[in-house]
Write a protein that binds this ligand. Structure first.
Ligand SMILES: *Cc1c(COP(=O)(O)O)cnc(C)c1O
Length: 355
């Protein structure tokens, strides 16, 4: 049976991306060696990193003065690297979910922090909008897409201080104005690659301003100078990311990804709003196009396990909601086809007809 992969992360990738990566793991470009057993300093591997960086710059229209890095450690490592490198006196955070809160917690180790606003009391069901960013903060940190709760800041906000964004789960899903950000980071395993590589886009001139000593490996300047090769980078995940970037370009770039994201989300949210069994969990104006969360209406609560089994039998994978929200979450990253969402909608309609 055809499976539709709605996993939140690691998550769906285009089939051709996986085929190309699998092929390189057996024989890298006819070299007779597997990508897994090659030096990251091999002459034929350097072009992989170079091309991935070039495509990052091209697809996101990254201006001069920014570096693109491929690191280990996940987005979670960035929660500490960001304040290590940027927090001298004070940092401001918008607390819109578990990941945002974890980022804030790490920053507290390095200096004064300000939580400018939070929606924690309402299970993070909306994005706070009335807040002030302290003009004397070293930076302002946001999480553009809240993977667990299904809310999203799907536009580039204005900040009076350097803006830092965790874009783990919506990078490359829409055009962004990179010039509005000082630093963008994310784990690749949501919308870009397999697990194991972390991307960072950093404006070079914000670095070198803190007075503390920074361990070599945690200093962004180390990796800028080393071209992401200071130590051994995750070679296979970088290769996989490159295949995804090529696929995005072939599909029409981030504009095309944005259009598809709207198409998928419009379909699914329309069904959630129409279907008597289900309802969405977050404020409509803040609905994520990437992670679509919904629960059973109160009078049908006891049907939850039945619907899960019904949908699973029809090929839906990974639609169980995060334990902190319950219900269902359909993650609709770039590689999810409109047909996949249509299949889920059909499940919801058939299940409704049975009740
Ligand atoms: C998954 C996720 C993280 C954590 O990523 P790791 O690579 O596992 O550290 C951080 N932020 C967001 C928004 C995420 O979706």
């Amino acid at each position: 049976m055809k499976k539709y992969n709605f996993n939140a992360g690691p998550s769906i990738l285009p089939k051709e991306v996986m085929e190309a990566t699998a092929a390189a793991c057996l024989d890298f470009e006819g070299s007779g060696l597997s990508l897994m057993e090659m030096s990251h300093r091999a002459k034929n591997f350097q072009p992989v990193v170079d091309e991935a960086i070039a495509l990052f710059k091209e697809l996101l229209n990254i201006p001069e003065g920014y570096s693109v890095l491929f690191l280990g450690g996940g987005a979670s490592m960035q929660f500490c690297m960001v304040p290590y490198n940027l927090l001298e006196h004070k940092a401001a955070y918008l607390n819109t979910g578990v990941w945002a809160k974890k980022a804030l917690k790490e920053a507290q180790l390095f200096g004064e922090t300000v939580e400018v606003a939070t929606s924690a009391e309402s299970t993070y069901s909306f994005i706070p909008k009335d807040y002030e960013i302290p003009a004397d903060a070293d930076y302002f940190h946001i999480t553009t897409n809240n993977t667990i709760y299904g809310t999203e800041i799907r536009h580039d906000i204005d900040s009076p201080v350097p803006l830092v964004a965790d874009m783990s789960s919506d990078i490359f899903s829409r055009p962004i104005d990179v010039s509005k950000y000082a630093l963008i980071y994310g784990g690749a395993q949501k919308n870009l690659s397999m697990a194991g590589v972390t991307f960072v886009i950093v404006r070079d001139d914000i670095l070198g301003k803190v007075t503390r000593q920074i361990p070599t490996m945690l200093d962004y300047r180390t990796h800028i100078k080393g071209g992401s090769m200071f130590n051994t980078p995750p070679t296979v995940p970088i290769y996989c990311a490159l295949q995804t970037l090529k696929w995005i370009k072939k599909m029409g770039g981030v504009e095309a990804m944005d259009k598809l994201a709207h198409e998928r989300a419009d379909l699914l949210y329309a069904e959630i709003d129409r279907n008597k069994l289900f309802r969405g969990t977050v404020a409509k104006e803040d609905r994520s196009l990437m992670n679509i969360c919904f629960v059973m209406n109160d009078e049908y609560k006891d049907l939850e396990a039945d619907f899960m089994a019904f949908a699973t039998e029809r090929g839906m994978v990974g639609i169980k909601g995060h334990r902190s929200v319950g219900g269902f979450r359909a993650s609709c990253y770039n590689a999810m086809s409109v047909e996949g969402v249509e299949a889920l909608v059909k499940c919801m309609q058939e299940f409704e007809a049975m009740h």
